[in-house]
Design a binder for this molecule. Sequence first.
Ligand SMILES: Nc1ncnc2c1ncn2[C@@H]1O[C@H](COP(=O)(O)OP(=O)(O)OP(=O)(O)O)[C@@H](O)[C@H]1O
Ligand SMILES: [Mg+2]
Length: 280
Amino acid sequence: MKVERIPVLKIENLSVSFSQYAGIFKRRQVQAIKDLNIIVYEKEIVAIVGASGSGKSLLAHAILGILPYNASMNGTLSYYGTPLTEERTRQLRGKEIVLVPQNVSYLDPLMKVGPQIRKNAKDSVSKEKTFQILDRYGLGKETENLYPFELSGGMARRVLISTAVMERPKLVIADEPTPGLDITSAKRVMSHFREIANEGAAVLLITHDLELAVETADRIVVFYEGMTLEEVQALDFAQESKLHHPYTKALRRAMPKNGMQIEERKYTKGVTGYIEGRSV
Ligand SMILES: Nc1ncnc2c1ncn2[C@@H]1O[C@H](COP(=O)(O)OP(=O)(O)OP(=O)(O)O)[C@@H](O)[C@H]1O
Ligand SMILES: [Mg+2]
C-alpha cells in the first residue's frame, strides 16, 4: 500500500525582487529569488543550503509574510493545500508556523527569558514546560530569570529556538539555527527538529552547515543566487556520483570529511537545475 504524503508547505514559482535606485531618478528591479518551487511534506526535514546572499533568509521571510517594505513577491505559497494569504499567515504565525530567526537580536531585550519562552503565560503548566525545554537545551532553571544581555551567544541561540518550538508547531522555518553552538548543542537542536518532524510537522532548515544538513535532513535543496540548482535525497550526498550539478559536487568536496577542497567559480551562466537527478 502506498502511503500518501501530505504536503504542508508548497512554494510555487516564487520570485522576490527589490526596487532599487539606479541614479537619481531611475529605479531598477533586482530579482533576489527566481521562480522557486519547493514542497515540504509532513514528517519531513528539508534543508536549504547555499552561499551567503543567495536568498535563503528572504525565502524564510517570504513564507512568514515579513519581507522588507521594498520587496515585492510573486508566486503562490500554500499551507495544507490552502493559499497563505496575508490574513491567514498573520493568524498562523508564531503558533502553527514558526520562525527561528537567523539573528538573536529578535529576542526582546527587556523581557526575562522565562516569560519570553512561554509568551508571558503565568500558569504552572507553562512554567513547567519552560523548565523542560530549557533542560532539553542544556540550560539550567535559573536561565529563566536572566535577561537576554546576560546570556552568552550560544545560550541566546538556544533560547531563541526554545521560544519558537515551545508549542508544538506544524511548520518550522529555522534560519541558520546553529551558529555559535558547540557540536553537542547543535546536534541536540537537530535531534529536537527530528522529533518535531517525526510527530508530524514539516521543517525547513536553512543552514550553511552541510554536514549537519546531510545528517539531519531527508532532502537537500541547493540554492544559488535565488535559484534551486539541485534537489536531492540527503543520502545521495554519500556518493559524488549521485549528485549532478557541479556546484553541488563542489559543496560536497568542501565538506570537512571530504578534505575541504575549495573551488572558487561562478555557476550562473548556462545553469541547469536538477531535481532528483532529472534535469529541469
Ligand atoms: N531590504 C533589502 N533591499 C535590497 N536587497 C536586499 C534586501 N534584503 C536582502 N537583499 C538582498 O537579497 C539577497 C539575498 O539576501 P538573504 O538575506 O536572503 O541572503 P542569505 O542567503 O540569507 O545570506 P546569509 O547566508 O548571509 O544569511 C542579497 O543579495 C541581499 O543583499
Ligand atoms: Mg540569511
